[in-house]
Structures are given as structure tokens and as C-alpha cells.
Design a protein around this ligand. Structure first.
Ligand code: SF4
Length: 232
């Protein structure tokens, strides 16, 4: 399996998988160097740790042919797996279903904002339209598990006007994470003129209040801050 990193921090083993089927212009992950590690080696690494939780993220893990043998092996040894995905491979999520505790699925923009999705993902119009339908399938598969929807708040695409149109896609979410763009320089490359954290955390809190009308928990991750808002 091609990975860009494996580590253990904050009570979680993190496996960062290389390669993605999108070309998001603000993404650091698709530019990172990778190395090949066998499933056996990854299972050995996980077995050396008493940590139960394994987070498989990346770029896009569902593209790796070794993903299913890896999560099956981890599941057999009692690990609790959370799999992150951009939602483009519902067929793989379906196969993964019996072995994972939950999913983290990223939503880029409102599903009717095809031109926004094209700008955010670097994909053609045809592929962006296909993505919307694949994402819908992925979300309905993930409905059977714990599901965090991950939203990178880039002001031009996720704002008080558009977030209302994202709400229908949040139907199956256990929680939503709103991430302030550029608040972690290890995650983002400047985009649309934003080279510092934007929008403000206060603006994200306003978005969170709208999201709370649909989902009981919203996590905000922003400059120097992480907090959880819950429906009252
Ligand atoms: S931001 Fe996510 S979906 Fe986009 S290229 Fe990077 S890993 Fe892929």
C-alpha cells in the first residue's frame, strides 16, 4: 500500500494513504512523497500498539487495492477503524462496511454548485456531476455507521448562503466538523487569495448554528481553537 505516513498520537494510530482521484488546488496531501508498505508490515505496526483506534485517511484511501485486506486484518485483531473518504468510491465503502466503526466523509460544497465543485476539486463538469451522485450513494452507505461529515470552510463556497443548501446532505451525519481554511498550514495551500485563516471563527460559529438545525453535534476546528457545539 502506498502511504505518506504512519504515526500514533492522541490515542489513535493514523495511516495516511497516498494518491487521490481529485485534484483540489489547495491540497497538500497529493504533493507529499510516499513509500510502499505491505499490509503485513502495517498490521505488525498496529499490533505493536495497545491503541485500539485506527484512523485511515490520506489523500484517498479507497483507491488502494490493499485497503480491504488491511481493514479486514485490523478488524480481526480488535482494532476500531475509522475510514476517511471523499465519497467517490461508494462500492469500496460498501465492502468496508462490516470492518469499520465509522466513516469521515468530506463534503466540498452544495451539491447543486457544480461550478464550485469543479473549482474545488479540479475535475471536469461531467466528472463533478458524477461525483455528486457517487457522494449521495456513499452517504447513504455510511448511514449504517458513525459518520462525521468534514467541511473545509472556504468562504467563497461555504458561507451563510450556501450552507443551507448543504443541509440535506447532512441527514445521516452523527456530527459535522467545520474546518477553518488555512488554520493549519500543514493541511492547506493558499487558494482564492486566502493565505491566512479565513473566514473568522466567529463566522464559522454562525454557520455551526445553522448546521445544528439538522445535526446534533458540530465540531469547529480553527486557528488555535477546537470546540464542540451541541444542540440544546
Ligand atoms: S483535498 Fe482531499 S479530495 Fe482533494 S485532492 Fe486532497 S485528498 Fe483528494
Amino acid at each position: 500500500m502506498k502511504i505518506t505516513g504512519i504515526s500514533e498520537e492522541t490515542g489513535q494510530i493514523r495511516i495516511e494513504v497516498a494518491g487521490c482521484n481529485m485534484r483540489c488546488p489547495y491540497c497538500v496531501h497529493i504533493k507529499q512523497p510516499s513509500e510502499e508498505l505491505s499490509v503485513e508490515r502495517l498490521l505488525e505496526y498496529a499490533a505493536m500498539s495497545s491503541t485500539e483506534d485506527v484512523y485511515i485517511a490520506g489523500a484517498e484511501p479507497t483507491l488502494q487495492k490493499d485497503l480491504i485486506p488491511l481493514i479486514e486484518g485490523l478488524h480481526k485483531t480488535g482494532k476500531r477503524i475509522i475510514l476517511k473518504s471523499n465519497g467517490m468510491k461508494p462500492d469500496v465503502l460498501k465492502i468496508a462496511l462490516p470492518f469499520v466503526y465509522g466513516f469521515v466523509i468530506e463534503i466540498k460544497a452544495a451539491s447543486d454548485d457544480i461550478s464550485g465543485i469543479m473549482e474545488l476539486t479540479g475535475m471536469s463538469e461531467k466528472r463533478s456531476k458524477k461525483y455528486v451522485s457517487l457522494l449521495t450513494d456513499s452517504l447513504s452507505i455510511a448511514n449504517n455507521k458513525w459518520l462525521r461529515i468534514w467541511i473545509r470552510v472556504i468562504p467563497e463556497y461555504v458561507n451563510s448562503d450556501t450552507v443551507q443548501r448543504i443541509l440535506p446532505d447532512l441527514e445521516f451525519a452523527s456530527e459535522v466538523m467545520l474546518y477553518q481554511f488555512m488554520s493549519n498550514p500543514d493541511f492547506d495551500i493558499p487558494f482564492m487569495g486566502h493565505d491566512s485563516p479565513s473566514p473568522s471563527v466567529e463566522e464559522i460559529e454562525e454557520l455551526a448554528e445553522i448546521v445544528l438545525s439538522k445535526v446534533a453535534k458540530v465540531r469547529i476546528v480553527g486557528e488555535g481553537r477546537k470546540h464542540l457545539l451541541q444542540r440544546r
